[in-house]
Design a protein around this ligand. Structure first.
Ligand code: GDD
Ligand code: MN
Length: 381
């Protein structure tokens, strides 16, 4: 394949401010990658020789000074920019905002920890330029690709979630979880209004959000081992993946966050009964005291689990955690009153026990959800 068009090729004497129109915007999501940004820019500079590019590091206010490290490079090299977000977390939303921030006609997303193979970028750009594809994906699973030194557990988890995505969303991609891809910017714009922006899986989100099937080309690469810093992928990511699937399937009727909130609440019933039986049965406390203790523990359990799972992207930490717990107790306290009030009202009118109880529970949970989404986990924007 040849790249002859002067629009994209600017020759070996490219300065830090390219004269040719911007051809490629590279989006690098970063969280606590201070040791990797310098090397990342050096590698991009080498890999993209002759291409008019810029890189946008999207940092979620990393405590290690990642954003400052990027800006320090950016003062000398205007191709390097930093998009710093405060009070928010999330790989998917970081990628979207980065892609929307570049003026280049083509955008790429690549991890900032040097695990993806940046030398593939010119080939990916060729495929877009030659109109062979709308999206080019770096894949670890097509022939010659590989996952490097992953342990068996991670290989298995990755395999299962891929199969699940293929079945539920009908996506034909060998590596739908890939965080390494390139696409025309108009594709991002077309998908943007329908994106879930939950969790880690932005490529999958984009592909299933598009009104029509994009043409996808996959290029194999070997996933490298991480040298500096550590992975942010933890077990809670699986929950977020579930939330994204829920959002894609029923999101237009019920918010995925509410489904997550309700699921956590449902599991809280078991916690409640466990504590109740320990206090009442085991420690022979009075029933009222045992029920009160169980309720307090169950509410705290709900708070902490929601903080990790439902509101991972706005997770409260430090002092904010205690403020959050206090507002959560307050909201749920009022929620209980609403629950009992509604249930009693319905019961007085039709005498149906289950229906009345359910009505109370639904009203109470919706109240708890709405109020805590505002007062406990309000997004700081
Ligand atoms: N801005 C921002 N906000 N960046 C983040 C966040 C976040 O909340 N979480 C992670 N990142 C950045 C990391 O700093 C890194 O540059 C990149 O996103 C990937 O994160 P890792 O934590 O290194 O992920 P991984 O290597 O374990 O996961 C890789 O494989 C997954 C598939 O199993 C990535 O390529 C994922 O994109 C991919 O889905
Ligand atoms: Mn990584």
């Amino acid at each position: 394949m040849t790249r002859t068009e002067p629009h994209f090729r600017i020759g070996p004497a490219a300065e830090s401010v390219p004269e040719a129109p911007l051809a490629l915007g590279i989006v690098v999501p970063v969280f606590k990658e201070v040791e990797n940004v310098g090397e990342m820019v050096r590698r991009l500079d080498t890999a993209l020789e002759g291409i008019a590019w810029e890189v946008i590091f999207v940092d979620d206010d990393s405590p290690d000074g990642t954003a400052d490290a990027v800006r320090k490079i950016g003062r000398r090299d205007r191709r390097v920019r930093c998009l710093q977000r405060i009070g928010r977390r999330g790989l998917a939303s970081a990628c979207v905002e980065g892609m929307l921030a570049t003026s280049a006609p083509v955008a790429a997303v690549i991890d900032g920890d040097l695990q993806h193979d940046e030398t593939l970028l010119p080939r990916m750009l060729d495929a877009i330029r030659m109109d062979e594809a709308d999206i080019v994906v770096g894949s670890r699973y097509v022939a010659q690709g590989g996952v490097g030194n992953w342990d068996r557990r991670r290989v298995a988890i990755s395999g299962y979630s891929n199969a699940l995505a293929r079945r539920i969303l009908g996506v034909r991609l060998s590596d739908p979880m890939s965080g390494f891809f390139m696409l025309r910017r108009d594709i991002v714009h077309r998908a943007a209004p329908h994106l879930s922006e939950i969790g880690f899986k932005i490529l999958l989100d984009i592909v299933v959000s598009l009104p029509s099937r994009p043409r996808i080309v996959e290029i194999p690469y070997e996933f490298r081992a991480r040298v500096a810093g550590e992975s942010k992928l933890d077990p809670a990511i699986a929950w977020e993946f579930g939330m994204m699937l829920v959002d894609k399937i029923i999101g237009r009727y019920i918010p995925a966050r509410f489904v997550s909130f309700a699921a956590v609440g449902g599991s809280g019933i078991f916690v409640h009964f466990a504590v109740l039986s320990v206090l009442y049965g085991g420690l022979s406390a009075g029933f009222a005291a045992a029920q009160t203790g169980a309720t307090l523990v169950a509410i705290a359990y709900n708070f902490f689990l929601n903080n990790i799972l439902t509101y991972r992207d706005r997770r409260l930490e430090g002092a904010a955690l205690f403020r959050g717990l206090a507002t959560f107790y307050l909201a749920c306290g009022i929620g209980v009153v609403a629950n009992i009030g509604v249930a009693t009202y319905v019961f007085e009118n039709n005498n149906a026990m289950a229906v009345s109880a359910l009505a109370g529970i639904v009203v109470g949970s919706v109240w708890n959800y709405v109020i805590t989404s505002i007062f406990t986990w309000q997004a700081r924007r």
